[in-house]
Design a binder for this molecule. Structure first.
Ligand code: SAM
Length: 223
């Protein structure tokens, strides 16, 4: 299987659709091998633009959604990012390549939280295998509480659907001028992706598109 060629073809399609635009995010999508984050029996589907099962009733998002969320976040070299929902570890690796390119004098870092221990452990192995472990810290726990120890964050990426009321700890842990990308709405349908920009104590929210994500469970999520 020529994964590299399939990856290039997918990136071209996402560029044509105007989903992928930024140089650093294009580089990340070209470089990070999605097949390494997918159970072996499903690897031949790695470059079909669709979500795939990763076990524990969870999914790795479709590549166009990864690309769109990275673009919404306006990722920059040096960004400190909080991700809620590590899942396979693929999106965290994309972010790592975008904010901590090799040779960077100002590499960013990703703190990523996963509530399923088994997923966190296999994500750790995959991230190590593809070479981003220096830039990604995995925390096992309830991501709706955020990760106060390293706050505030330049960017917050939430990869599970929040209730309409965005978790307060995540808002508090976003830097002034920072951007959060989060799907929110009902537990199983009618969800939208939002871009939230913090301006002091106010939060400007922009609806991006309709989406379908697994629920965000936890103290400030669904019960
Ligand atoms: N970003 C992932 C990737 O690249 O594979 C995909 C994430 S998957 C769509 C959503 C993940 O959010 C699942 O792994 C799920 O267990 C996790 N999740 C849901 N609620 C959570 C919470 N409160 N804290 C941490 N992780 C949570």
């Amino acid at each position: 299987m020529d994964y590299e060629q399939k990856r290039k073809d997918l990136v071209e399609k996402l560029k044509e659709k105007d989903i992928l635009k930024s140089e650093n995010i294009i580089r990340a999508m070209l470089k990070v091998p999605r097949e390494k984050f997918i159970p072996e029996q499903a690897r031949s589907s790695a470059y079909i633009d669709a979500p795939l099962s990763i076990g524990s009733d969870q999914t790795i998002s479709a590549p166009h959604m990864n690309a769109m969320m990275c673009e919404v976040l306006e990722l920059k070299e040096g960004d400190k990012i909080l991700e809620v929902g590590t899942g396979s570890g693929y999106h965290a690796s994309l972010c790592a390549e975008a904010v901590a390119p090799s040779g960077s004098e100002n590499p960013g870092h990703i703190y990523t939280i996963e509530r399923h221990k088994n997923l966190a452990e296999s994500a750790k192995e995959s991230i190590e295998e593809v070479g981003y472990s220096q830039y990604v810290t995995i925390i096992i726990g309830d991501g709706t509480l955020g990760y106060e120890e390293k706050a505030p964050y330049d960017k917050i990426l939430v990869t599970a659907a929040s209730p309409k009321r965005i978790p307060e700890p995540l808002k508090k842990q976003l830097k002034n001028g920072g951007i959060m990308c989060i799907p929110a709405g009902s537990k199983t349908f009618s969800q939208y992706l939002y871009k939230i920009v913090r301006k002091g104590n106010s939060f400007e929210s922009e609806k991006i598109t309709g989406v379908r994500f697994v629920p965000l469970y936890g103290k400030y999520g669904f019960q």
